[in-house]
Ligand binder design. Sequence first.
Ligand code: 28F
Length: 639
Amino acid sequence: MSNEVKNYDDSQIQVLEGLEAVRKRPGMYIGTTSLRGLHHLVYEIVDNSIDEALAGECDCITVTIWPDNSVSVQDDGRGIPSGMNEKLGLPTLEVVYTVLHAGGKFGGDGYKIAGGLHGVGASVVNALSEWVEVENCRDGQRYTERFERGAVARPFKCEGSSEGRHGLYVRFKPDPTIFEETVFDYDTLLTRMREQSFLNAGVKIVLEDKREGLERCEVLHYEGGIISFVEYLNNEKRGTPIHPNVIYMKGERDGSIAEVAMQYNDSYNETIISFANNMATIEGGTHETGFKSALTKAINDYARKIGAIKGDDKGLSGDDVREGLVAIISVKLTDAQFESQTKAKLGNSEIRTLVDNIVSKKLEEYLEENPSAGKIIIEKAMAANRAREAARKARELTRRKNVLEVSTLPGKLADCNEREARLTELYLVEGDSAGGSAKNCRDSRFQAILPLRGKVLNVEKSRLDKVYSNTSLIPIIQALGCGIGDDFDIEKLRYGKIVIMADADVDGSHIRVLLLTFFFRHMKELIEQGHIYLAQPPLYKVHKGKALRYAFSDEERDMYIEELGGRGVESERYKGLGEMDPEQLWDTTMNPETRTLLKVTVEDAVKCDEIFSVLMGDMVEPRREFITQNAKFVENLDI
Ligand code: 28F
């Protein structure tokens, strides 16, 4: 401990207390200290550059991930004013990076509209970083400063000429004592940077990864703004557009701005992504409700006008008019109110009216001026309506108790004795032979078996009525007992764990991904609540004489060959579950004491939505594997 007495003046004390508060309760400032919070640090810094771009002062923002997992952000804006902050007696740059909420450019005519978490600003990033290096080029001069865990480590200094460069360069390394994980995910940053370039038409963002073996670079630059966003989502093979142009609507009132871009494609899913001040509002809110009510009314009015719906026919539902729709809603307002703790649901009621008025007026105009597109859109909604009606009838059939049986449990189901759902497991087993082995070896007290029959339907390309009439999905729906879609009620779920057990080959992967698509599209809460698992059968049997080992990877196989003494050791690749006798199947894959189950989680629903709609939309054999690697699995040693 140095014996010099540091005499802090009160402004420095205020600074240190502020940053200490951030380090003590980081969750208060960036939501979480998980991977999501780690990436928020980047968003906060980039948001300040985007504000500079929105002020028309910056053309290019470069985000770089370095080998040490530090990140730098460079803009070519004006740079932070190089003078002193009179009140605090500190350089403006230092104030922006050490005083909470000091960096935002609030007030005046510009909004702080790019606030990641409402513009907590650079000082929070600084407090939560092991170190931050800042280089500020302003009025031909280059200034630098270094911070460590928020405190000044190398004082503000003018290094001389900026050689004609201007703008701010910030490189920071998140503090590993704060963040559980400190390895940045390129795709996460890419998704967000792409979003920001769509939401801020014309802003160019360069993302580069300089980590060993991960070198790559992407330039994100869309003059078309959210129109390009819709085109991108449709080009992502979510489906083929069914009318030529993206419908674009914009309006403002009392200083708030609302923009909507929408286009229908030939898929059966709806993709509506909404933003408030450039932040994704994943729980929706008043802008989305305004949009949905105006859309349903405008489509029904037009359907009646062209005679597609007559007299007292029932109208089209919200689901009908949104089938196949890709829409982006972006609102910018100064006093955004959020309803939920996660700040993901917009609450301003005036915004509902604003969006409703804009969409009602502009969509009616579009349909009037584009009758051929209007007719296509109406026909799709009518077809959706007919299919929904058919599904309702089919659903009644699966619900209705069969007079001969007390309940409609499937015949192939070997149920378990335990009735308390959370203690039980249902194995969905590929093929009758594996199903037979599983029935023989299971612990019938708490393990139920349902052999899968026939080809599991690709629900991505099918409407609900097809799901209700698919012979391989009906038994699953009946065995689980909790219904699907609007009918889904997790309280009625009959098992705690649903384990997909299929061969470790391409066909098994295909079945896995078809079932995951079905669960994701029609029983998503099962995944969100952590009920869905993948069984992990062994890949290899390694043996020498009586000694026998099961290997779950090539590395493990080699290890066992080594362990059993290279000569005379044999190893066979299991082709499928059917090759194991019941005892082996029990020991390796079903016995809770010795098995490993992979719990399927939906780390990022939007990402999984993209994966399922892109790859399930137009399946290509070799890419089936891609999905089973990408729906995020968290290895869960089942105890
Ligand atoms: C890599 C991250 O943070 N860029 C920034 C500016 C520009 C100005 C500014 C920033 C403090 C309170 C005024 C310059 N000239 N990139 C960035 N670029 N902050 S942060 O001003 C903040 C001052 O208000 C700037 C004229 N006006 C504003």
